[in-house]
Ligand binder design. Structure first.
Ligand code: SAM
Length: 265
């Protein structure tokens, strides 16, 4: 244990057993689950998860950590380590290879790429049952923010259109080695089912949300003027004088649908 943590890999190893236990009990892995961990590090979460589930697939970029992990897992359960950048791992193909429709994903994420990892997972939500992540508290606050909140923005809307966001508990810097400069939080994400998901064109939703929040102080008629005029915004049942930060995720879906009909003509 106790390798020197590498800053370039975003390594902050969790050592406080209370939080490790809390994460594992919130996730409550079962023997039939197929659990995938992103960034196992020295195995703080890996070993208790492996013990509960019996088998686990871990994705780790730092080669130096792999022999130690393998050694520690011996006798605990069946650990498969994929040495790769998680952003290059196709979770849909991985679920298929592991013979299950949907994976359960966990991770104390490397904070330097937490948003890219989140959106990479969103791209594979059809193959994911749930996700339990440690992230910067500030990111979890933005993910879960509601309309009208100062931190409600692109991340809140795009995630809430794809999953249920459940903040679980906060974790102080002292729980890690070395302590990060920020507070952390554990969050649960539950991908929406096909029936719960919106049926608008995802590229158009993205375009509308991006434009609306690019100038969040401006009215929608101003911020969206390249995409929709005032009448089109009203046709989506949205006030053109409103600002993006006051709109619910469903309002953006209606705006995207009007944008789609316009783009076809
Ligand atoms: N799970 C361990 C714990 O809780 O103590 C380590 C967490 S540490 C914050 C993040 C881990 O992600 C490190 O082990 C790091 O090497 C790994 N990592 C960093 N970038 C990665 C990437 N692109 N793909 C996979 N793993 C990565």
């Amino acid at each position: 244990m106790n390798a020197r943590p590498k800053k370039s890999f975003g390594q902050h190893f969790l050592h406080d057993q209370r939080y490790i236990h809390q994460i594992v009990s919130m996730m409550a892995p079962q023997r039939e689950d197929v659990v995938v961990e992103i960034g196992p590090g020295e195995g703080a979460l890996t070993l208790p998860l492996l013990k509960a589930a019996g088998k686990l697939t871990a994705i780790e970029l730092d080669t130096d950590l792999i022999p130690g992990l393998q050694a520690r897992a011996a006798g605990v359960g069946e650990l498969q380590i994929i040495h790769a950048d998680v952003l290059k791992v196709d979770f849909t193909a991985l679920a298929k290879n592991l013979g299950v429709p949907r994976l359960r994903i966990a991770g104390n994420l490397p904070y330097y790429i937490s948003s890219p990892i989140l959106f990479h997972c969103v791209d594979h939500f059809d193959a994911i049952q749930d996700l339990h992540f440690m992230l910067q508290k500030e990111v979890v606050d933005r993910m879960a923010a509601e309309p009208g909140s100062k931190v409600y923005g692109r991340l809140s809307v795009m995630l809430q259109l794809a999953c249920r966001v459940e903040p679980l508990f906060d974790v102080p810097p002292e729980a890690f080695r070395p302590p990060p400069k920020v507070e952390s939080s554990v969050v649960r994400l539950l991908p929406l089912s096909t029936e719960q998901k919106h049926d608008a064109d995802p590229a158009h939703v993205y375009a509308v949300v991006k434009a609306a929040f690019a100038q969040r102080r401006k009215t929608l008629s101003n911020a969206l003027k390249q995409l929709l005029d005032g009448d089109a915004i009203r046709r989506a049942d949205v006030d053109p004088k409103a600002r993006a930060e006051t709109l619910a995720p469903a309002d953006f879906v209606r705006l995207a649908k009007i944008y789609s009909t316009q783009s076809q003509t």
